[in-house]
Design a protein around this ligand. Structure first.
Ligand SMILES: Nc1nc2c(c(=O)[nH]1)N[C@H]1C(S)=C(S)[C@@H](COP(=O)(O)O)O[C@H]1N2
Ligand SMILES: [Mo]
Length: 365
């Protein structure tokens, strides 16, 4: 791998807890996150596999390959002027969200993320389906769309890459965007400016930052991060050696599961406990209800949903509950619009991804 230079990185938010500096991996606390419906820039986690770099819109080019017309080069200005812009709210989350909790069951490989690697933001850009319609790309042509960023180097491969099914990209209602704005501001360098992919419902690893190449392809991206990472291996695979021959046999991750997290639980009077958290949509619909229990699941109490960010956004919830205990544990579980319920336990896997056991918080007088 080519050497990586971190000396050009822009300064990062001091509100984040640093997991590592080179590359920059940092997350806020869930308690800070749930104070805002739309996550402010300073509280957005940073997940990198290489250096963060600043680019300028006016020198940046997106190249589309495999559309049957040779390489198509588009400037950011051309993208903006040729296609209608769309703004959506969508929760960006890392597949390793709550990895620390999974790691407590049995050791896992990866950054020991807590519950701060999620950001509910407004994303504005052009629909990939509009660009593809213009280029006459049809679902039957090829099966995958690969996204690549050659603009910066990374740890495990010569560039960062990912792919999604072409059908997902072509389905207008799935809102796959090429975004150049976040929260009504130009997309910052830390979060992939000038251009990144937004894939609502999918793990963050597919939301390629500093996007410079799109390839319509008959096969999935062969990049390390698509093929030998971000996969749910069976629980019997306990170390890197036994994982090696198996990576190719398991599917790349796409959607993340229904989830909920207790951000804090604190007494607001002698008898009243205030509990607040967030919940995240799963593949079968957005969150319809969140319940909590302080007796390990014997009795469940409804919570009030304070906010929901449309089809792809997170849900904020809270409840005030009469509680006489000195101290204890509070769990949360979400239910989606199809009636599916967040499970009590998450299934352990070597990479510690997609953990969604009941949310957990502790309280003490
Ligand atoms: N080019 C590039 N894109 C990337 C990554 C990266 O390291 N390089 N990390 C991915 C992962 S694993 C996640 S979770 C999100 C994190 O986005 P954020 O740093 O804006 O929070 O970006 C994704 N896109
Ligand atoms: Mo991630």
């Amino acid at each position: 791998m080519a050497s990586m230079d971190y000396s050009f990185e822009p300064p990062y938010s001091t509100y984040l807890n640093i997991q590592g500096k080179e590359p920059l991996n940092a997350e806020p606390t869930a308690a800070a996150l749930v104070e805002f419906e739309i996550t402010p820039e300073d509280l957005i986690y940073c997940r990198n596999h290489g250096p963060v770099r600043e680019f300028h819109d006016n020198t940046y080019t997106l190249t589309v390959k495999g559309a049957g017309k040779g390489d198509i080069n588009l400037s950011i200005a051309q993208l903006k002027s040729s296609y209608t812009s769309h703004q959506i709210v969508a929760a960006l989350q890392c597949a390793g969200i709550r990895r620390k909790e999974m790691g407590a069951i049995k050791p896992v490989h990866g950054v020991p993320w807590s519950d701060g690697v999620v950001a509910n933001c407004k994303w504005k850009g052009v629909r990939l389906s509009d660009l593809f319609a213009d280029l006459n790309i049809m679902a039957q042509d090829k099966a995958h769309v690969c996204f690549e960023s050659h603009a910066t180097l990374c740890q495990d491969d010569s560039f960062y890459g990912a792919s999604i099914p072409l059908s997902k990209a072509l389905f207008k209602e799935d809102d796959v965007l090429l975004a150049y704005e976040m929260n009504d501001e130009p997309l910052s360098a830390h979060h992939g400016g000038p251009l990144r992919v937004i894939v609502p419902g999918y793990l963050g690893a597919r939301w390629v930052k500093w996007l410079d190449t799109i390839i319509i392809s008959s096969e999935e991206s062969q990049n390390f991060y698509q093929q030998r990472d971000y996969k749910i291996l069976p629980p019997t695979v306990e170390d890197k050696e036994s994982a090696k021959p198996l990576w190719a046999k398991y599917p790349s991750m796409t959607v993340l599961p229904l989830n909920s997290v207790v951000a804090f639980a604190e007494f607001i009077s002698d008898t009243m406990l205030h509990v607040k958290g967030y919940a995240l949509p799963g593949p079968t619909g957005n969150v319809q209800a969140v319940e909590i229990t302080v007796d390990d699941g014997t009795t469940w109490h409804p919570t009030t949903l304070l906010y929901q960010g449309g089809k792809w956004g997170w849900t904020l919830w809270e409840v005030e509950l009469e509680c006489m205990e000195e101290c204890g544990k509070v769990h949360s579980r979400a239910r989606d619009t199809s009636g599916n319920v967040q499970p009590k336990e998450g299934v352990w896997n070597l990479r510690g991804v997609a953990y969604n056991g009941w949310g957990i918080g502790t309280f003490r007088r």
